[in-house]
Design a protein around this ligand. Structure first.
Ligand code: SF4
Length: 440
């Protein structure tokens, strides 16, 4: 028996032993990458073997995957297809497998935070995205599962030979007598890494010689061929992961890496060239993040004088660019959108707080063919907007200046003393006269 065959048998026997030893549900984290695919494959093989032996499946197995809403389209399609195949396969085979996609709440999504609240595009020092888009959705799910059960076991596809830091983190773990470690944040959640001592070539050898029970692995190999790099940004599902953003299985908007090599490589393939506008948009996000770009407010939201969030004007510009990119790529996106209706509505809610009375997000969406269901809350209706436009025209007053003054007035709506607003109006007019209006 080869060394790999030996390892496969050892892992399957161990999985079976653990599976039968208690009733805690298992959670297999699935990113679509080779390591998590290998673990899932081994678990499904084990379930099938038990079924053939007439052993009843005594516990549920959850297959969970993260969907940030800004996944690279090729990967989103790939993972979505795999999850469907696994669902279908489990149903046909009568396996107790539940497939779950974990997404951020609309109030914590990438677009709500970046375009709605103006968070600067994430980088290594301010990487707000992984927490909101991956860690929190996974934590909500795992906590609720662990609350309903005495304990849960998470099966991760991490391996010591992935990197020196991964080896060190596996080494640092305090495993119990069954080889499980405690999840650092989820009470009663344990972690098990069945392939931690497998090498990279062994993983590939396994996948290329063992067809997936639910379909095939070849499509994944094609994806790996197209990109480069090895990591997955699945830190949420995998608490031992220290890196995110150096990955082919990441977000298309990712600005945490200086250069998106994965996308660069994909764009070398003629059939993937259509994603170039996405890459350009991502580069724009990186460029606009620069404090000298003029795209950010010179103050933070707490009033501190330091480079702050994206200006409302910048956010409008970016939304328009995003919607026009989406429209241009309509055929290629095949029914998918780059930003959801719920997110557009949430942007409008956020923008209203920043004094956007003209429902710009909803109007931009309309302009680009999106029919978003939005109940106007407080903004001016079209007649009122026309009326204000008319007055500005009649009196030769700049509309943008009036917008800024109204936004400023709106920001004082909860103040009992509003006299300070007048000095701010003066500042706005002064800056307008100097051509520096958008620095306010
Ligand atoms: S891939 Fe990049 S943008 Fe996406 S969560 Fe990870 S670090 Fe953030």
């Amino acid at each position: 028996m080869s060394e790999l065959s030996n390892k496969i048998e050892i892992v399957k026997a161990r999985l079976k032993e653990e599976f039968l030893s208690d009733t805690r549900p298992w959670v297999v984290t699935f990113s679509g990458g080779k390591d998590s695919t290998t673990v899932l494959h081994l678990v499904v093989d084990m379930l099938l073997e038990m079924k053939n032996e007439g052993v009843k499946q005594s516990k549920k197995v959850y297959v969970v995957s993260s969907d940030t809403g800004v996944e690279m389209p090729l990967i989103e399609d790939y993972v979505g297809n795999k999850l469907n195949q696994i669902r279908e396969f489990s149903k046909n085979e009568h396996l107790d497998i539940h497939v779950e996609k974990l997404s951020p709440k609309v109030t914590e999504s990438f677009w709500t935070l970046l375009l709605g609240k103006g968070y600067p595009s994430p980088n290594q020092t301010f990487r707000w995205c992984t927490d909101r888009m991956k860690i929190r959705p996974a934590t909500y799910f795992l906590k609720s599962l662990s609350d309903k059960n005495e304990s849960i076991l998470m099966l991760l596809g991490v391996r010591s030979d992935e990197s020196v830091s991964r080896a060190a983190s596996i080494e640092r773990r305090t495993d119990n007598h069954r080889g499980f470690s405690m999840h650092p944040d989820i009470p009663n959640a344990f972690i098990y890494s069945p392939i931690k001592d497998w090498t990279n070539p062994e993983v590939w050898a396994f996948l290329s010689t063992h067809p997936a029970p639910w379909g095939k692995h070849e499509d994944m190999m094609v994806l790996y061929d197209k990109g480069s790099g090895e990591g997955d940004c699945n830190v949420a599902l995998n608490p031992e992961s220290s890196s995110c953003g150096k990955t082919r299985f990441g977000c298309w908007v990712c600005t945490v890496v200086g250069k998106d090599k994965s996308m660069d490589n994909m764009l070398k393939n003629p059939e993937d060239m259509w994603m170039k506008p996405l890459h350009e948009f991502r580069n724009l996000l990186e460029e606009y993040r620069d404090p000298d770009s003029g795209k950010r407010q010179p103050r933070r939201r707490n009033g501190q004088k330091s480079i702050g969030p994206f200006k409302l004007e910048t956010r409008k510009e970016l939304l328009e660019k995003l919607l026009s990119t989406e429209k241009d790529l309509k055929a290629e996106l095949a029914g998918k959108t780059l930003i959801s209706d719920d997110e557009i509505v949430q942007l409008q809610v956020e923008w209203l707080n920043d004094g956007d009375f003209f429902e710009s997000a909803i109007n931009l969406a309309k302009k680009y063919g999106r029919n978003v269901n939005y109940e106007s809350v407080k903004a001016f209706n079209e007649d009122e907007q026309d009326y204000i436009d008319g007055i500005c025209k009649e009196n030769d007053i700049n509309k943008e200046l009036i917008d800024h003054i109204m936004q400023c007035e709106h920001s004082y709506r909860h103040h009992s003393i509003r006299s300070k607003a007048f000095s701010e109006f003066e500042t706005i007019v002064e800056r307008f006269a100097k051509g520096q209006l958008n620095e306010v």
